[in-house]
Ligand binder design. Structure first.
Ligand SMILES: NC(=O)c1ccc[n+]([C@@H]2O[C@H](COP(=O)([O-])OP(=O)(O)OC[C@H]3O[C@@H](n4cnc5c(N)ncnc54)[C@H](O)[C@@H]3O)[C@@H](O)[C@H]2O)c1
Length: 468
């Protein structure tokens, strides 16, 4: 049941020292936020350069606001490679190591279990109660059947008596991790026992700026909730994209008008209800996939999750088809926005990368520009041959016959219709996936396609397409 944070008598008003195991994209912002709220924080990682970095007061990963938050709180954060030192020096440990998808789509514990083993061995030598919190996303059942027994085996101690265990994943998006950590919609806690849940709830009360509701439950329900939140959100995005495809076929239809109204219904809500490009990033695609795998392994048909994945996968093809309807194969296409969302340089599973690969596969030359990606090396592991980075928006537009505005970056709003003007025909093709530009101005100078909008019709005409 969702509860408000309650003060735990156990911690009183003294803020415990906290260790954060795994100082990557989520762990280092978590460490910095906890330090900013007054905790002494010990960061542990197997990556020496990350440990060195936080010992210098520098962020080991790129995330807006992290460098300054780390530096401002450097006197409360230190890094170590030594689990023993971290566990001895703290009362609560967050485990934030990777849980990559395995070949079936399930999440692997190949990083979590060694980290938990090391914590267990360190606990063996420690007097007093210690709380271990797994923040890494794990499959339903993993905490009870693998993490808890590993901790008990390595420590020789009893969970719920000598140490506590919670599963508490975060709901963050890269680019806004600090704000998401400090202002979550809700906090999710799966707890081994009430005492452990109370301690963690108290830590969150200190961490979160707002009066955050806390949903406390057993491990498996928390594991299912984490997976379900992301799966549900991807379903919403896929629904909006499907609606956008329908709108494109109906004169006068506009997906934004429909979704804006739809979102007013409190049963639906506005967030993530925007017909545009596919969802991507390190979490959404793999969480949806993991949910499908889980359901299938339980002999439940994951129809919604699979339909969501199928709709998502066809978005790149849909945009490519729009371009190829106007341009010869082999054309030069420019993509504005390469990361999986604005405000981050992460290109993992990004809609733009999928589109770029789709275009290259039909012989197009692709260049891309992203305000957060200045170095092709950053994206080279996911980008293939035939894709180059443009130095500026202007350069990209000048050289391309077709331009796709694939991300709603504020920088792209500043593009004006003149930028697309050409001295001699043919006119440039512009696909505005997020409908950021002024349609009537753009239509005067280029072939402008507002994704999710049907052809314009005169006001007195019937707004339905005639059957062919
Ligand atoms: N990044 C996101 O957007 C996001 C969002 C929600 C949840 N998560 C979850 O958080 C977890 C961590 O993700 P991330 O993006 O921060 O990963 P990351 O790869 O950026 O960082 C993980 C860190 O853990 C360290 N590590 C690996 N094994 C270790 C060990 N045995 N001991 C100590 N450190 C170890 C790595 O060196 C690395 O620095 C994953 O389970 C992920 O699913 C991530």
């Amino acid at each position: 049941m969702a509860q408000q944070c309650s003060h735990s008598l156990e911690l009183g008003s003294s803020k415990p020292a906290i260790s954060v195991v795994g100082l990557g994209k989520l762990g280092s912002p978590l460490a910095a936020c906890l330090a900013a709220k007054g905790h002494q924080v010990i960061g542990v990682d197997i990556n020496e350069s990350y440990v060195r970095s936080i010992n210098k007061g520098c962020a080991p990963v790129r995330e807006p606001g992290l460098d300054s938050l780390m530096y401002a709180n450097r006197h409360r954060i230190r890094g170590t490679l030594d689990f023993r030192e971290a566990i001895q020096g703290s009362t609560v440990s967050f485990v934030v190591v990777p849980t990559p998808s395995d070949e079936r789509g399930s999440f692997s514990l190949k990083y979590v279990l060694p980290a938990v083993e090391a914590i267990g061995y360190a606990l063996k030598e420690k007097d007093g109660f210690h709380l271990v919190v797994t923040t890494s996303t794990v499959m339903p059942g993993a905490t009870q059947s693998e993490i808890l027994p590993t901790l008990e085996k390595c420590s020789g101690k009893k969970c719920g008596k000598d140490f506590g265990l919670c599963y508490s994943p975060e709901f963050i998006a890269l680019g806004s991790v600090i704000d998401n950590l400090l202002n979550p919609d809700f906090v999710l806690i799966g707890e081994s026992d009430k005492r452990s849940g109370d301690i963690l709830a108290q830590v969150y009360e200190w961490l979160c700026a707002n009066k955050t509701p806390i949903a406390r439950m057993n491990f498996v329900n928390a594991e299912l909730t984490k997976l379900s939140v992301n799966t549900y959100v991807t379903t919403k995005i896929a629904y909006a994209n499907m609606l956008a495809e329908v709108c494109e076929q109906i004169p006068g239809a506009d997906v934004d008008v429909v979704t804006d109204a739809l979102g007013l219904d409190s049963r639906i809500g506005r967030k993530y209800l925007k017909g545009a490009t596919a969802y991507g990033g390190p979490c959404f695609p793999r969480d949806n996939h993991a949910f499908s795998w889980l359901a299938r392994s339980l002999e439940v048909e994951p129809s919604i999750a699979e339909a969501t994945e199928a709709i998502n996968a066809r978005q790149a093809v849909r945009i490519k088809d729009h371009l190829m309807a106007h341009l010869p194969h082999g054309s030069h296409i420019g993509i504005l926005g390469l990361a999986y969302k604005p405000g981050t340089h992460i290109v993992e599973e990004s809609a733009s990368v999928a589109l770029a690969k789709e275009l290259v596969s039909c012989g197009c030359l692709v260049s891309a520009y992203d305000p957060k990606i200045q170095d092709l090396n950053e994206a080279s592991n996911v980008l293939g041959q035939g894709i180059t980075l443009a130095g500026s928006i202007k350069e990209l537009i000048e050289n391309a016959a077709g331009i796709v505005i694939a991300l709603p970056c504020p920088e792209f709003k500043q593009i004006i219709s003149q930028d697309f003007m050409v001295a001699t025909p043919p006119r440039k093709i512009v696909i505005d996936c997020w409908r950021m530009l002024d349609r009537s101005r753009l239509e005067a100078v280029c072939e402008y396609i507002a994704l999710g909008s049907g052809p314009l019709v005169a006001k007195d005409k019937l707004l339905v397409r005639e059957s062919r």
